[in-house]
Design a protein around this ligand. Structure first.
Ligand code: 5GP
Ligand code: ZN
Length: 115
């Protein structure tokens, strides 16, 4: 399902331009418009799922694919020294766009605990 109002659904429909890193029938990966690291790619399912809290058992394959695409893009970018995968869920985590997305961040050192 692709919703009318959702920003990332508009990116999927190419109504809003983005720099694609990967695309297939179910998934899209594109550069974050406001990168927080030299590599900052968002990996999303084309199915509109609002957040991690809304993932259902039948979405398990989609969620697995998000991580596999992230792993492949990290290898393509040669992020051998490490990278971070992030799902922000809800306001306390700073989720701004309510269409499930996995952040792939790399190319610099990250601190732990996160801010
Ligand atoms: P969240 O805080 O919801 O986990 O992350 C949303 C991300 O989407 C942010 O990192 C933000 O920079 C990115 N973003 C917001 N609007 C756009 C846009 O129109 N295009 C792209 N490529 N990224 C966007
Ligand atoms: Zn959406």
């Amino acid at each position: 399902m692709v919703t009318k109002e959702c920003l990332f659904c508009k990116i999927i429909k190419k109504e809003i331009p983005s720099k694609a890193e990967y695309e297939d029938d179910e998934m899209l990966a594109f550069d974050d418009v406001n990168p927080q690291a030299p590599t900052h790619i968002l990996i999303i399912p084309k199915k509109h799922i609002e957040q991690v809290a809304d993932i259902s058992e039948t979405d398990a394959e989609i969620v697995g694919k998000l991580v596999l695409i992230a792993r492949k893009l990290a290898a393509k970018r040669k992020l051998e020294k490490g990278y971070r995968l992030v799902f922000n869920n809800g306001p306390h985590a700073g989720q701004a766009v309510y269409h499930l997305h996995l952040h792939l961040l790399g190319g610099r050192k990250f601190v732990w605990p996160p801010g």
